[in-house]
Design a protein around this ligand. Structure first.
Ligand code: NG1
Length: 372
C-alpha cells in the first residue's frame, strides 16, 4: 500500500530496483515497517505499564519473491544507515537449520520465520532500511515487523491480529537476539498510523490512536547523540530485574499495580535504595504517560512538555539510564525559547532525545547543538 511519504516510496522503489538487479527477476512482494520514537513512558513496557510512541517515516523495506528451492533463503541487506551491504543464506525449513549466528541482522529474520504461524517456502529478498541502527528508534522491531509482513504476503496468511504479530516478533527478539525487550517497539511498528501517537497498555495490549493534527506550530524534533546504546548490555537486564524484585516484594504481579505509597512498603521490607529508586521511576512514569496522552488529546501541550521534562529527570536520577551526551542535548534544548519539553527516548545509555518545540525554534536548537 502506498504511503503519503515520498521518502518512504523512494525507499520502496530502490528496494524493488535492487532486487531486480541482484536476482534478475522482478519482486512479487514489497512491504515496509516503520521505526518509532517514544514520546513518553520509558522502561514501563516490561512493567505492564503505558507507553506513548509514534511511528516515523524512517522504514525498513523488504522486496522479494519465493524461489524455486523449497528450503533456502538468500537475503541481501543494503543497510544505508550504516553504509554496509551484507548477504545471508540459510535453510529456512526448520528451527534446527536456523540457529542464530552471523550476520547478526539475519537473526531477526530467522526469529520471525521460526515464530511464523506456518511453514514458508524458500525465498530471495532485498532489505533496505533508513532506520538508524542503535539509536533507540527501533531498527530491530522495524526489521522484525517487515519480515513478518513479508511472510504474510508471500503465504497469503494475512489474518494475524497486529497484537499477535507483535508478540511473535517480540519472541523472535528474545530468542534470536537475546534481548529481553518489552512489547512497545513491535506493537507500534505493527499498528502505527500516520499523524497519530499510540497509547499502548502493555498489560492487555489494548491501544488508542491519538490524532496529532492539532499540534499547529509545534513539532517533535529527534536528535541523535550518535553514541550507540548498548541494549543487550547488562544495564537493561539489571533494571528489569530490580523492577521484578520490587513487584515481588510488594506481592504484586507487576509495578503497574503499585503506587507511590508502596515505596515506603519497599523500604519497610529492606529493599535497597537503588530498588526503591527504580520502582519510583516506573510508578511515576506510568502515571506520566497516561497524563501525557490525555494532555495530547486535549491539546495541552505546555503540560505535555512539562511531563517530558519530568520523565527525563526521573530517567536520569532514579533510573540512571541517561548519559553525558543525552543530558547535554536535553539541557541545550531546554535553554531555547519556544521549547516545551525535552527528554531522552528509548532505553537510554546513548541514542536519541526527543523535544517538543515551536517550529520556529528548530533552527536555533540545531545551531546550538552543533556549536556546543
Ligand atoms: P529501544 O532502546 O528504543 O530499542 C528498549 C526496548 C523497549 C523498551 C525501551 C525502554 C528493545 C528492543 N526495546 O527500546 O522494549 O523497554 O527500551 O522504554 O530492547
Amino acid at each position: 500500500m502506498a504511503t503519503n511519504y515520498p521518502e518512504v516510496e523512494e525507499v520502496k522503489a530502490r528496494a524493488l530496483q535492487s532486487f531486480a538487479k541482484e536476482f534478475g527477476v522482478a519482486a512479487t512482494v514489497c512491504v515496509c515497517a516503520p521505526g518509532r520514537v517514544n514520546l513518553i513512558g520509558e522502561h514501563t513496557d516490561y512493567n505492564e505499564g503505558f507507553v506513548l510512541p509514534m511511528a516515523l517515516p524512517v522504514v525498513t523495506v523488504i522486496a522479494g519473491r519465493p524461489n524455486d528451492n523449497t528450503k533456502s533463503c538468500k537475503i541481501v541487506s543494503l543497510c544505508e544507515a550504516i553504509g554496509t551491504q551484507s548477504t545471508a543464506e540459510f535453510d529456512c525449513s526448520s528451527r534446527e537449520t536456523m540457529k542464530p549466528g552471523e550476520p547478526k541482522w539475519a537473526n531477526y529474520v530467522k526469529g520471525c520465520i521460526a515464530n511464523f504461524s506456518k511453514p514458508i517456502p524458500g525465498f530471495n529478498a532485498v532489505v533496505v532500511s533508513t532506520v538508524p541502527v542503535g539509536a533507540g528508534l527501533s531498527s530491530s522491531a522495524a526489521l522484525e515487523v517487515a519480515t513478518y509482513t513479508f511472510l504474510e504476503c508471500m503465504t497469503g496468511e494475512t489474518s494475524t491480529r497486529p497484537e499477535d504479530k507483535a508478540l511473535a516478533c517480540q519472541k523472535a527478539e528474545h530468542e534470536y537476539a537475546g534481548v529481553p525487550c518489552g512489547i512497545m517497539d513491535q506493537l507500534i511498528s505493527a499498528m502505527g498510523l500516520e499523524g497519530h501517537a499510540l497509547l499502548l497498555d502493555c498489560r492487555d495490549l489494548s491501544a488508542k490512536q491519538i490524532p496529532m493534527q492539532h499540534l499547529g506550530d509545534k513539532v517533535f524534533l529527534i536528535t541523535n547523540s550518535n553514541a550507540p546504546h548498548k541494549l543487550s548490555s547488562s544495564a537493561y537486564c539489571e533494571r528489569r530485574d530490580s523492577c521484578h524484585e520490587a513487584a515481588n516484594l510488594l506481592g504484586k504481579k507487576s509495578l503497574r499495580e503499585a503506587d507511590l505509597q508502596d515505596l515506603d512498603v519497599l523500604r519497610s521490607k529492606n529493599a535497597s535504595e537503588v530498588t526503591v529508586k527504580r520502582a519510583r521511576h516506573v510508578i511515576s512514569e506510568i502515571k506520566r504517560a497516561l497524563e501525557a496522552a490525555q494532555s495530547l488529546e486535549n491539546n495541552e501541550l505546555e503540560r505535555f512538555g512539562r511531563l517530558m521534562n519530568e520523565s527525563h529527570d526521573s530517567l536520569r536520577d532514579d533510573y540512571e539510564v541517561s548519559s553525558k551526551e543525552l543530558d547535554t542535548l536535553v539541557s541545550i534544548a531546554r535553554g531555547v525559547d519556544g521549547v516545551l519539553g525535552s527528554r531522552l527516548t528509548g532505553a537510554g545509555f546513548g541514542g536519541c532525545t526527543v523535544t517538543l518545540l515551536k517550529r520556529d525554534a528548530v533552527d536555533t536548537v540545531i545551531r546550538l547543538v552543533k556549536e556546543k
